[in-house]
Ligand binder design. Structure first.
Ligand code: SF4
Length: 334
């Protein structure tokens, strides 16, 4: 759904047409121009030719029905993956911002497939539109968003922010900014820019290691944006926005999950000037490279952080059976 093309196609039409169309597509979730009966026949025929409302995708559902992965066909033949996580109180869409990713984190299947291209604003919001259509029969919709799918959102900053404004807009998806989270490896320019936006979105930082050496080993981007500089920028962000930060830490067996690592992380984070943050310990999902930490190991790691009065949460594992969990998105383009 290319919104720029929509505005072009409506050139010469009265202003209220766009309003009628927005309502039909984003609220009533109509997927065929011929069903939008308030539009004149000639306009429907024109739109049918110029702008398809169809979203082609292959859908995978996890054994427990809580995770749905959609492999969406893009116009140029590439595919993007997007995941719906169904909690008891909300439907969260995990969106991709790129096809592939240039950052090559060692533990991530997306990183292994390399970078294909950035997604457009239309291709980002299409992922949410797809799931809203999917949920329509149950009278439900997507009500929270995380940018944790394929790609580094801050390397596609303008399109990600453009998509967020549409997701937030009450004429489109009406998803509150506080229900939208962006996860970054720590692209400093992106964090600085976000601090200046008038948007109350949440920011998560993928930390995954408590020191420069280990982080550079598993996340090559650390050589360009060292941990210490990322944390300095995060401190400035917290000071400027007073928004809580989430530090993501994926637990990988014998790589970053020892008690020494936990102590080092506790010291590192306790040294931050602001304490408005929490740590999210994520179970590693197999991508054939490393192994996941045992639950015992995660429990001990968590206890060390909590002893230092650091707030810790543990993310529920979604979608491992359909390769839809964190770090597993890649299958469609390999
Ligand atoms: S973890 Fe994120 S930033 Fe790293 S390679 Fe995977 S998609 Fe890219």
């Amino acid at each position: 759904m290319d919104l720029t093309n929509l505005e072009k196609a409506l050139k010469g039409e009265p202003d209220f047409r766009l309003k009628q169309i927005k309502r039909a597509i984003f609220k009533d979730l109509v997927n065929d121009w011929d069903k939008i009966m308030v539009l004149p026949l000639t306009l429907r025929q024109k739109l049918n030719q110029e702008l398809s409302l169809e979203i082609k995708a292959e859908v995978f559902t996890s054994n427990d029905n809580k995770t749905i992965k959609a492999l969406i066909d893009l116009k140029d033949g590439l595919k993007t993956e997007t995941v719906l996580m169904r909690y008891s109180d909300r439907n969260t869409a995990c969106l991709s911002s790129m096809v592939g990713c240039p950052l090559a984190c060692e533990f991530c299947a997306t990183g292994k497939m390399g970078f294909k291209r950035n997604l457009t604003i239309g291709e980002i919001i299409e992922q949410v539109l797809f799931f809203n259509r999917f949920l329509k029969n149950e009278n439900q919709k997507v009500n929270s968003i995380v940018f944790m799918g394929m790609g580094e959102p801050f390397l596609n900053y303008d399109n990600v922010l453009g998509a967020i404004r549409i997701l937030n807009d009450e004429d489109y998806f009406n998803i509150g900014a506080r229900h939208i989270s962006i996860s970054t490896v720590g692209i400093i320019e992106g964090i600085e820019k976000l601090a200046k936006e008038s948007l109350q979105v949440n920011l998560a930082i993928s930390l995954h290691a408590p020191n420069e050496e280990l982080r550079s080993k598993i996340m090559p981007i650390n050589k360009k944006y060292p941990l210490i500089e990322v944390l300095r920028t995060v401190e400035d962000y917290m000071k400027a926005t007073h928004r809580k930060i989430m530090f993501e830490y994926v637990m990988i067996k014998d790589v970053n999950d020892s008690l020494e690592n936990a102590n080092e992380l506790a010291i590192l984070l306790s040294g931050l000037k602001s304490s408005i943050f929490m740590v999210n310990l994520i179970s590693y999902n197999p991508t054939g490279i490393f192994k996941a930490s045992s639950s015992e190991r995660i429990k001990n790691f968590k206890a060390v952080l909590e002893k230092s009065n650091i707030e810790v949460v543990q993310r529920y594992k979604f979608g491992v059976s359909i390769k839809a969990a964190c770090g597993q998105l890649a299958s469609g383009n390999q």
